[in-house]
Design a protein around this ligand. Structure first.
Ligand SMILES: NC(=O)C1=CN([C@@H]2O[C@H](COP(=O)(O)OP(=O)(O)OC[C@H]3O[C@@H](n4cnc5c(N)ncnc54)[C@H](OP(=O)(O)O)[C@@H]3O)[C@@H](O)[C@H]2O)C=CC1
Ligand SMILES: CC(C)(CO)C(=O)C(=O)O
Length: 292
């Protein structure tokens, strides 16, 4: 049995916590005071397309004892504040696994937690937190990418498999992070700039799909990661019409969107002149966010 901390028990964190607890691991939730108190009192409730799970979990507003693995699943902009709940002195032997979308959180965590192993990992799962302690996996897939660049990757890959996710390992960090981002950035930016699920977003902006994909895959290539733009475009067009990105759900829900974490790496890699479709989508999203 592995003792796993989950910092940020929202959609992704809640789904991972429930899947690991169901697989027999000891899960401790680290969350904001109210959320931690709610989960400590009422447990965690998970529903998914194939099974449901509910159970009592240790839940605290800060980590007080070491864990073997610490999964981090906050939004990118909440990461610095949330990290204050985890004393770095407890992380000496811990494998830290951030599951955020984007690429910049990995070097950030390594800088903030010197000497601690931070594994580059990605998760593709459609997860929603309905309210504190109540989470749903909306569709069937749970695909985890893991970098084996450091020793802890293998340990996390084994846990993710026990949690019932499909795991793919890669030899380096950049491939894990940019393979996810080169698909996610076009999906998130197309849907959120249109304010619509992917089917309608593509119909509304037929000329945007190719350029936005080309920019994301060119940015990946700048980090040595080769991703076929045609394959990404085909994947986007094959998605269920009504599929939303978590960024679109955040916009609709009136929450902050992870624009810098998701569009920022593409714009910074290429420069704004070579990323006009990405910059245009960001401008459209900022316009939608603006108070009327
Ligand atoms: N949702 C999805 O389908 C997917 C999301 N991702 C990525 O995963 C990451 C998490 O997204 P998602 O699960 O949707 O986000 P949610 O908003 O559902 O969950 C974020 C969690 O972080 C917690 N949190 C925020 N601030 C703090 C803090 N200061 N201290 C402790 N906890 C804090 C929230 O707490 P509280 O509950 O108290 O509000 C919440 O539980 C993002 O980077 C996202 O892009 C990746 C794949 C799929
Ligand atoms: C597309 C999806 C659901 C895949 O995991 C995702 O990562 C997101 O919307 O943030």
């Amino acid at each position: 049995m592995t003792r796993v901390g989950v910092l940020g028990p929202g959609g992704v964190g809640g789904v991972v916590a429930a899947r690991l607890a169901r697989a027999g691991h000891e899960v401790v939730i680290v969350a904001a005071e109210r959320t931690a108190a709610t989960i400590a009192a009422r447990g965690l409730h998970f529903t998914g397309p194939e099974w449901s799970w509910e159970g009592a979990l240790e839940a605290r507003s800060s980590l007080v004892e070491p864990v073997d693995v610490l999964v981090i699943a906050t939004k990118a902009m909440d990461l610095p504040t949330a990290l204050q709940r985890v004393p770095s002195g407890l992380l000496g032997g811990t494998v830290v696994v951030p599951l955020l979308n984007g690429v910049d959180h990995v070097p950030y965590l390594r800088a903030m937690l010197p000497g601690v192993e931070v594994v580059a990992s990605s998760i593709s799962v459609e997860a929603t937190r309905h309210r504190p302690g109540v989470v749903e996996q909306v569709s069937g897939f749970c695909d985890v990418g893991v970098s084996l660049a450091g020793g802890g990757g293998q340990r996390w890959a084994g846990l993710a498999e026990e949690a019932g996710c499909a795991v793919t390992t890669f030899p380096d960090d950049a491939t894990v992070l940019w393979r996810k981002l080169s698909f996610l950035a076009p999906l998130a930016l197309l849907t959120t700039s249109a304010g619509a699920p992917i089917g309608e977003a593509i119909r509304l902006q037929p000329g945007a799909v190719g350029p936005i994909v080309a920019e994301a895959t060119t940015a990946a290539a700048a980090f040595g990661v080769r991703v076929d733009p045609d394959a990404i475009e085909q994947r986007l067009r094959a998605l269920p019409e009504g599929m939303q990105s978590s960024m679109l759900k955040d916009l609709i829900g009136g929450r902050a969107v992870e624009l810098d974490a998701i569009a920022g790496p593409v714009i910074r890699a290429l420069g704004s002149d070579r990323a006009p479709a990405t910059v245009g989508a960001v401008r459209a999203i900022l316009g939608r966010e603006a108070p009327s």
